[in-house]
Ligand binder design. Structure first.
Ligand SMILES: CCCCCCCC/C=C\CCCCCCC/C=C/C(=O)SCCNC(=O)CCNC(=O)[C@H](O)C(C)(C)COP(=O)(O)OP(=O)(O)OC[C@H]1O[C@@H](n2cnc3c(N)ncnc32)[C@H](O)[C@@H]1OP(=O)(O)O
Ligand SMILES: Cc1cc2nc3c(=O)[nH]c(=O)nc-3n(C[C@H](O)[C@H](O)[C@H](O)COP(=O)(O)OP(=O)(O)OC[C@H]3O[C@@H](n4cnc5c(N)ncnc54)[C@H](O)[C@@H]3O)c2cc1C
Length: 621
């Protein structure tokens, strides 16, 4: 009950739906079959929403977790980007017009921003929306090959609507990127509307159940009322008006998804991978520890614990950080709605930084879990390849991770510069205004406070050094842009150090808030392990300025190893506590009942390659 709160009843309802629990095995399907199967599930999910009166997004999420295990469906871009953008950027009238239809799935939409030539550099996008006051229409056009929209999820075959990000032109003047609601397909025939060339972009690393698509506009007209007009308006006569506002408000959909990805993608993905690898390691026996004794569970090898328990600690840390990130998003977004925009830069920085930091760590961690399962980890039956290919997409979509770290670093440099000029920082960066002790307080007790302080010291020092290096590069004659580029590796490392500290701090605060002493002790061990592994893996950062000495580093190593044995008795319980149902894991290795071998054998017998009458059989005969 540490995690799920009120979600379980909905999950149980979803598990009762035969269509979600059974059906053909994903691993034996072609891409087209996977896509079709997902669409059937989408339709059933929509029926369930009506039947069980599921309106609240959180309630729907429990259903989605069962209906689309370890994959993204076309509902992801629809409910995660299309509807939120309508709500956030639309006028009251526009919200009334489109949101109810979208929530009832009468129209299906996606978020259409990226182009063949540009994804990261949003200001480089080329699609144009030119206002014609005579017809009171915007004419959408793709003027170049590189301006063809490319990637939006659901665009290829499914969606009949989309929010298109395009450059607004009035009277030859470019007003920058704006969002437009565009009907893409006929609501009767589902055919693309005339003036649109569109389709699926082809097979990908993962995301088989999503039809990521392309879209080329050939002077395609849409009504004036279809520009989302909460913040900017184009009047009938072509007059452009805008509220005093931050121009980055139109990037709001990206902040929203980045904030959600920490928990939904990184936290869930890594927790599932750890569940599979740790349960399997308790079932699998191999070699011998002592002569003439039964083969031990592989989880009893220290090296196996060293591979998996830090990842378990990381899974808990990312999970807690993801929950905190969501809370912060909704809190700051409410402030923004009431006109208080002061914390937008911080929200942008922390959501960009954590999205990048946690998806990279989770992606690396899921692959480590797969390796820790030996040969069977390489089989699709482990469920780990599917978890990996879908979760690792999070390193790229919603802002490529290096670019996102640099956005976080940009904010850190601004804050640090402000501190030098006497400004007091607050929120997630308030430590940059503190006098940071240069003396390490770590002792063999390894209190969570002393561990968090070590990460604080590292982040503050690396931010300071990145800032000073930037100034030196400029002082030696480089212009600001070249100085930034020449410093960008150092900047990304400073941003990572900031995010790492933030994650340790969140974990520490969760441990402190737990009342049950037994649970508190176990979580404290995990938090210690997370921090100690972070110190060891980045030991250079901690010893470079003499903060940590060799003796302390030796203590770190010793404590890390002793924690492995302390965590071992609770390891399986700690993954069971994530409460993933077998349907959600999609893994034979991670089955709750532990019947791994019997089911691997059954599964292999079902593989299509074993069917007697097929082309291969004829060729081999
Ligand atoms: C209620 C629960 C609901 C749960 C719903 C579930 C949600 C989903 C959960 C899981 C998702 C799984 C499914 C996902 C499916 C995948 C969908 C994928 C979609 C996409 O990928 S959409 C396309 C995304 N594209 C990008 O992210 C592009 C990345 N690039 C950029 O963001 C920007 O171009 C940039 C930030 C790299 C640079 O922008 P720009 O050049 O314009 O700006 P700069 O000159 O660098 O900076 C200027 C200034 O602005 C600040 N800034 C930049 N961005 C923002 C922002 N977004 N907000 C606020 N401020 C911003 C920047 O820091 C600078 O500030 P200073 O001048 O330094 O002060
Ligand atoms: C699974 C998936 C789903 C997606 N869904 C959608 C969707 O629904 N809607 C949509 O509009 N888009 C979608 N996208 C597109 C996605 O948002 C972009 O691919 C992403 O923003 C990265 O942009 P890019 O492809 O231009 O990468 P690039 O910017 O070309 O990145 C390539 C390399 O260049 C580096 N680089 C680029 N710029 C800089 C810089 N300024 N400084 C340092 N290094 C830099 C990057 O770090 C990276 O190593 C999706 C992508 C994927 C993979």
């Amino acid at each position: 009950m540490l995690f799920k709160g009120g979600g379980l009843p909905h999950e149980s309802l979803a598990l009762q739906e035969k269509l979600f629990g059974a059906g053909p095995d994903y691993n034996f399907m072609t891409r087209i079959e996977r896509f079709k199967n997902s669409l059937v599930r989408v339709q059933h999910f929509i029926r369930c929403c009506a039947r069980y009166n599921l309106h609240d997004h959180a309630d729907k999420k429990w259903f989605e977790g069962v209906a689309f295990p370890n994959e993204v469906s076309v509902l992801g871009p629809h409910s995660g980007m299309f509807i939120p953008t309508l709500k956030e950027q639309g006028s009251e009238e526009q919200i009334q017009k489109w949101v109810p239809q979208a929530e009832k799935h009468q129209i299906m939409g996606t978020y259409i921003q990226t182009e063949l030539g540009h994804g990261t550099f949003v200001r480089g996008l080329e699609t144009t929306a030119t206002y014609d006051p005579k017809t009171e229409e915007f004419i959408l056009n793709s003027p170049t090959l590189t301006s063809i929209k490319w990637w939006p999820g659901g665009l290829g075959r499914t969606c009949n609507f989309g929010i298109v990000m395009a450059l607004l032109y009035i009277d030859g003047k470019n007003y920058g990127m704006h969002p437009f609601v565009v009907q893409l397909r006929s609501l009767k025939t589902h055919e693309p509307l005339p003036g649109l060339t569109m389709g699926d972009i082809g097979p990908k690393f993962g995301f088989d159940t999503v039809d990521n698509g392309y879209l080329q506009f050939n002077h395609f007209g849409i009504p004036r009322e279809n520009m989302l007009m909460k913040y900017c308006q184009v009047l009938k006569n072509g007059t452009y008006t805008k509220q005093t506002r931050n121009p980055k408000f139109s990037y709001g959909a990206m902040i929203f998804v980045r904030s959600m990805v920490v928990y939904e993608v990184a936290g869930q993905g890594l927790a599932k991978a750890c569940t599979i690898a740790i349960r399997y390691s308790a079932i699998r026996r191999q070699s011998e520890l002592k002569k003439s004794r039964p083969e031990p569970q592989i989880l009893d090898y220290q090296t196996q614990q060293y591979k998996l328990f830090p990842l378990l600690a990381l899974a808990y840390a990312v999970w807690f950080t993801g929950v905190r990130m969501k809370e912060i998003y909704f809190m700051v977004n409410n402030e923004i709605k009431q006109g208080h925009t002061e914390r937008l830069p911080e929200l942008h920085a922390i959501s960009s930084g954590l999205k990048a930091f946690t998806t990279s760590m989770a992606s690396w961690g899921i692959e480590r879990c797969r390796l820790a399962c030996g040969g069977h980890g390489y089989s699709a039956a482990s469920g780990l390849p599917k978890i990996y290919v879908n979760a690792t997409g999070g390193c790229t979509y919603e802002g490529e991770n290096t670019v996102m770290l640099l956005q976080c670093a940009r904010f850190l440099m601004n804050i640090y510069g402000g501190v030098k000029n006497g400004r007091r920082p607050s929120g997630s960066v308030n430590y940059l205004g503190e006098r940071i002790s240069s003396r390490c307080t770590l002792t063999s007790e390894f209190t969570l406070k002393s561990l968090a302080d070590a990460f604080k010291h590292r982040a503050a020092r690396m931010i300071k050094e990145a800032s000073e290096r930037l100034n030196r590069l400029q002082a030696s004659g480089n212009d600001p842009e070249d100085s930034w580029n020449l410093n960008s590796v150092v900047l990304t490392k400073a941003a990572e150090a900031h995010c790492h500290y933030y994650m340790v701090l969140v974990f520490e605060s969760v441990v402190e808030s737990v009342e049950d002493n037994c649970v508190k002790d176990i979580l404290r061990q995990l938090c210690q392990l997370l921090a100690l592994c972070g110190i060891q893996e980045n030991s250079g950062d901690f010893i470079q300025d003499g903060f940590l000495n060799n003796d302390q580093l030796e203590l770190v190593k010793q404590k890390q190893l002793s924690l492995l044995s302390e965590i071992r008795p609770n390891a399986v319980l700690l993954v069971d506590a994530f409460e993933f149902h077998d349907v959600q894991l999609g893994s034979i290795l991670g089955r709750f009942d532990g019947n791994v071998y019997e089911n691997l054998f059954k599964w292999a017998k079902k593989t299509p390659l074993n069917k007697p009458e097929d082309l291969i059989h004829r060729l081999l005969r």
